[in-house]
Design a protein around this ligand. Structure first.
Ligand code: FAD
Length: 393
């Protein structure tokens, strides 16, 4: 067991023994929990099944709440280096007419960033804090009393197991925790493309554009000095729209004003369907589930990773305050779950117009851009001060 040395008396071992966590998944949730636990003196080993930490999904928006967590983890500067500070989001219709303009409150930061950069920054910070990251290491199950079972048959005992292994979490399923798992009617293809010299010269990386045409959407987001993140969203039933590599002539018919941009898309693309997941409980014994495995949601307000990181940090925060692990996990869930569920509800709600007829959707989007109530609901998670970051400016 890490944290003990041969020759120590049992008494000294109890006094000095580090608590040990085995973490599954090297995404936003697993890395946040790993870094935050290691900062609090835990010995931490993180298992990532892939041979490298390589997130899918190209770019990502990270709002004030998630940025505060990155700061606490010591990953902020590296994560946002070169990324534009997002200030304006335009919603446009099929004729490229602006339906609404949202300007973010400048006191609340929003960055659009290359995912790989954020994951690298989180992994570097975690390693600096002593986390052991084991690549090519797949876990398949866990027991409530703290045993992690690996694909190669080996077993690891821990005080705490954290499942951050994504929507198809094997650890969660081995504990029978799912209350509801629902595929949603839409999904997305996400890619990064190189900026043109004109885009680089324009200097304004802070305006993002969400452009609708029928039930399809193109989201244009500059994410670095040299790259733009493009998300194509469509109904899951839209067989041509979700085809990869993307069907350029078909997308150009839907978005003629984006024809030049569509021509720049490469062949390397992947389609992901959106999902909603709710658990009976976020933990079982001393196994905690967090991130998409516990609370997947559609990306309509860009808060899946934000919630994953907040819940990773808050998990470590409550474990630091409660001696008994299962009590700490209950307190964690009682305090953190309501905001995550609000985020899920509002994200699902904002996805409903995808299936509506165009005139109704247009009316909704125009109104949604003006409704103070809806803006407050939509930005509640971004404005939230995550537990464990209250002492920051
Ligand atoms: P994942 O990112 O899925 O990471 C899980 C990790 O676990 C992976 O590295 C995987 O290889 C590993 N793994 C899986 N199984 C095992 C196993 N058995 N053993 C070992 N390792 C394993 N969120 C935002 O905050 N802002 C956005 O702008 C945003 N945009 C999005 C756009 C789209 C189209 C989509 C689909 C999602 C978006 N999200 C966004 C949501 C965000 O991507 C997720 O919420 C986030 O990635 C969840 O992180 P995670 O660590 O829980 O899971």
């Amino acid at each position: 067991m890490p944290g003990t040395r041969p020759g120590m008396t049992e008494e000294i071992m109890v006094a000095t023994k580090k608590r040990h966590a085995e973490i599954v998944g090297g995404g936003f949730s697993g890395l946040a929990a790993a870094g935050a636990l290691a900062q609090r003196g835990w010995s931490v080993r993180l298992h990532e099944r892939s041979p490298e930490l390589r997130p899918s999904g190209a770019g990502i928006y990270i709002y004030e709440n998630g940025l505060r967590v990155l700061e606490k983890l010591g990953a902020y500067d590296e994560a946002v280096k070169g990324a534009p500070f997002a200030h304006t989001r335009e919603m446009r219709d099929e004729n490229n007419k602006v339906l609404s303009v949202h300007r973010w409150d400048p006191s609340k930061r929003v960055f659009s960033v290359v995912r790989q950069r954020v994951i690298n920054a989180m992994a570097d910070a975690a390693r600096r804090n002593g986390v052991e990251i084991v690549l090519g290491s797949e876990a398949v199950a866990a027991t409530p009393d703290g045993e992690l079972i690996m694909a190669d048959g080996s077993r690891h005992k821990a005080d705490l197991i954290v499942a951050g292994d994504g929507v198809n979490s094997k650890i969660r399923d081995s504990l029978n925790l799912v209350a509801k798992r629902k595929p949603l009617p839409d999904g997305a293809i996400r890619v990064l493309i190189a900026k043109t010299p004109e885009e680089m010269a324009s200097g304004d990386g802070g305006t993002t554009i969400e452009n609708w045409s029928g039930s399809r959407r193109i989201l244009y987001t500059p994410v670095s000095e040299t790259e733009v993140y493009i998300a194509f969203t469509m109904l899951h039933s839209d067989e041509i729209g979700k085809r990869t590599p993307i069907d350029k002539p078909d997308w150009k018919r839907a978005f003629p004003h984006w024809a030049d941009l569509i021509d720049r898309i490469g062949d390397d693309a992947r389609y992901d369907r959106f999902e909603y997941i709710r658990l009976k409980k976020w933990s079982s014994g001393c196994v905690a589930v967090l991130g998409d495995g516990a609370h997947a949601l559609p990306p309509n307000i860009g808060q899946g990773a934000g919630c994953s990181m907040m819940n990773g940090l808050s998990l470590a925060y409550y474990l630091d305050r409660e001696k008994d692990i299962s009590t700490a996990l209950s307190v964690w869930e009682t305090n953190e779950r309501p905001l995550t569920e609000h985020t899920q509800r509002i994200s699902v709600f904002l996805g409903l117009p995808t299936t509506w007829p165009t005139p109704l959707r247009r009316a909704f989007l125009t109104l949604a851009g003006k409704s103070k109530w809806l803006i407050a609901q939509r930005t509640k998670t971004a404005r939230h001060v995550p537990v464990g970051t209250e002492d920051m400016r």
